[in-house]
Ligand binder design. Structure first.
Ligand SMILES: Cc1cc2nc3c(=O)[nH]c(=O)nc-3n(C[C@H](O)[C@H](O)[C@H](O)COP(=O)(O)O)c2cc1C
Length: 340
């Protein structure tokens, strides 16, 4: 009799049936969709984010110390949404309901840019019964007086503080835009982060050339975005104590397998699920199973991190890869056929 194949993985200390789960998004706004995600095969549910701005508005009537009713702040605050799917209290209630409705782990998400009072809300998320918390410190450092090392220190302190006060595990959803990402990842690992989620997508407005104006643009991802995630996961996987999850550009079962080979413990998906529906998780799981059968592998531990980029001279290897890639390109400079 052949040995059964185990797809199980451990992420943030949580035992999961397989690595593929829905990422933070409106997909988990209501209970019906959450149940459909579980039925479709998502191995955990990451809820959409509760934002710092919502919490500070509910607690103090202000957003980043600014009163939305004061004229002088109208411009700065004009871009904020007027309505959110759930109030902060509604979010806590949602956690309780989702926990009662599904059997898979439920990961809440807090999203903010300053280490202020909103982080105290994390304690209430913990009390509401979430199995883990994903922290998304999405911020774009546009102030030329803001120093990179200070941003990194603040991030580390947030993790350190939260770990001190919370019982539940914490994952930090990361941006790749640090000068020395490996160092930041190590710092967060040492501060006690239970996992890193790589990477946040950075939503950039496009420019409408007719109106000559910046226009918001949110496009679903393609797997062109995956390579950056694979590279950093392969570089860091064997060096860090904490779990690693990949988010961004996982579109097919082959992409999910690549994430595991690079060293991911979990794989989060949003765009592909918005395109194909919740049952796509079963396709991901079946694709992984068939691939493991074809490679005669019986557990993910046998293959996770097989592509290990963390050699002693990783920086030199990176440079060599860069040179070889550029040199391998042979231009074929054909002009387009001329129209008569
Ligand atoms: C419509 C939409 C809403 C999202 N909302 C959140 C959110 O509330 N919090 C968060 O951390 N990420 C949010 N994300 C980012 C996703 O969790 C994910 O990291 C990103 O879409 C990359 O994964 P993908 O390539 O599988 O789409 C959102 C993405 C989309 C498309």
């Amino acid at each position: 009799m052949s040995t059964p194949i185990a797809l199980t993985t451990t992420y943030l200390g949580l035992r999961l049936a397989h690595p593929f789960m829905v990422g933070a998004s409106p997909l988990a706004f209501d209970l019906d969709s959450v149940k459909r995600l579980e039925d479709g095969g998502s191995s955990a549910i990451v809820l959409h984010s509760l934002f710092e701005e919502q919490i500070s508005l509910a607690l103090s009537g202000r957003i980043h110390q600014m009163d939305p009713f004061e004229k002088q702040f109208a411009g700065a605050l004009a871009g904020y949404p007027e309505h959110y799917a759930l109030s902060p209290d509604g979010y806590l209630e949602h956690i309780r309901k989702v926990k009662a409705a599904v059997g898979v782990p439920v990961i809440a998400s807090l999203n903010g840019m300053t280490p202020e009072t909103w982080l105290q809300f994390a304690v209430r998320i913990d009390q509401a019964g979430a199995d883990a918390l994903e922290l998304n410190m999405y911020a774009v450092a546009t102030d030329p007086g803001e120093i990179g090392a200070v941003i990194e220190r603040d991030l580390r302190n947030v993790v350190f503080e939260l770990k001190h006060h919370l019982r539940l595990p914490i994952a930090v959803k990361m941006t790749p835009f640090f000068t020395a990402f490996a160092d930041v990842a190590h710092q967060l690992d040492r501060a006690g982060a239970d996992g890193l989620v790589m990477f946040n997508r950075f939503y950039q407005p496009d420019i409408d050339i007719d109106r000559m104006a910046a226009v918001p643009r949110l496009e679903l991802s393609t797997n062109e975005e995956l390579l950056l995630r694979l590279r950093w996961t392969a570089l860091l996987h064997s060096q860090l104590r904490c779990s690693l999850a990949i988010t961004g550009g996982v579109a097919t079962p082959a992409d999910g397998i690549k994430a595991i080979l690079a060293g991911a413990d979990a794989v989060q998906m949003v765009s592909a699920i918005l395109r194909h529906g919740p049952a796509y998780f079963s396709k991901m799981r079946d694709g992984l199973l068939r691939w493991m059968e074809s490679k005669e592998v019986t557990s993910l531990d046998e293959v996770r991190g097989r592509i290990d980029g963390s050699t002693a001279d990783a920086d030199v290897v990176e440079r060599a890869n860069y040179l070889r890639t550029l040199q391998s390109w042979r231009p074929a400079l054909e002009d387009e056929p001329r129209r008569r």
